[in-house]
Design a protein around this ligand. Sequence first.
Ligand code: PAD
Ligand code: ZN
Length: 376
Amino acid sequence: MDTAGKVIKCKAAVLWEPHQAFKLEEIEVAPPKAHEVRIKIIATGICRSDDHIVDGLMKDRKYPVILGHEGAGIVESVGDGVTTVKPGDKVIPLFLPHCGECRGCAEPKSNVCCKSDIGKNNGLMFDNTSRFTCKGKLIHNFINTSTFTEYTVVDEISVVKIHDDAPLDKVCLVGCCFSTGYGSAVNLAKVEPGSTCAVFGLGGIGLSVIIGCKAAGASRIIAIDVNSRKFEKAKELGATECVNPKDQENPIHEVIQKMTNGGVHYSFECIGNTDIMVSALLSSHLSCGTAVIVGVAPSLSKLSFPPILLLTGRTLKGGLFGGFRGKDSVPQLVLDLISEKFKVDGLLTHKLAFNEINKGFDLLRKGESIRTVLEF
Ligand code: PAD
Ligand code: ZN
């Protein structure tokens, strides 16, 4: 059946109120307008950011939304003027758009397009409307993607074509988890061979940081988590030592300093906890250490530490999507997964049917899963 140009009725997981369960609803998805692309989502990962960002987003503006930003699918139809993808193409939606024209896209050191909705929380297409409705109500979209639905519409600058052979149930992790973690090590920190690293938080993001640190040739990778069940996987992926702060008498930064003759070269906060961001900074060497913030903290929280921590020579930085520019990097990262240059199998602990989405989030919140991929 040719659906191009028509409204599609399909199943989506709608979050009507913050901190409630997702409700599976029948929604209407309008056809793509000019420079927009309608995608049939085939698989989508569950990432902690869906939890963390939505907290801030829904606190400020209460509105129903379709979350999800770590998906992969097939183009169903395109609006006028779309040139980079066509119906039938395998694609990954980009939660960080890449327009190629704005200040952010023009700056060689940046990967954040000014059209990104992160921090703005409009929850709408670029023309300030939505393509989703449910029971007569407008449903918002989420960071330019919304993948918890059988069909979504994104702007052309928020989607990229990938190789036809890509297994969508795996490469969806390139849409966030793997790229964010791996890139945080190789692009943001620029970990060097022989350097020492400490990774705080061993979810999908922290474990992908470990993959990046190992690929970059780090001599020591210290993995830190309050959940010791995460350690086996961390070691499999390249951690050389594992520490549970709960088993230590002293604060974690003192433990790391002691283990590394004063601190590591590179530390990574992959939790979204401002106290641990400071611990990560303190765990990096006072003269030359770099701490990278990857975790998304609650939107109203504040980071506070004595400036002397930086004056002695430490660097504090952060970044989205591991510093990668979606349109340039995602197709190659997908090829790297196809050729098994990198393996994400270890990150993929659960597969569930789309209608089990609430169970998938429970597994993540209880620390029982790394990544659950939902299949439609
Ligand atoms: P996750 O919940 O799977 O992993 C977090 C891990 O941290 C768990 O293993 C916890 O046990 C552990 N943890 C919690 N508290 C502590 C503590 N005090 N000390 C040590 N360990 C602790 O999440 P995830 O891996 O999906 O995401 C991690 C963060 O990264 C989260 O804040 C998410 O919002 C953020 C993120 N950032 C980007 C980006 O572009 N910067 C992208 C995607 C996710
Ligand atoms: Zn841009």
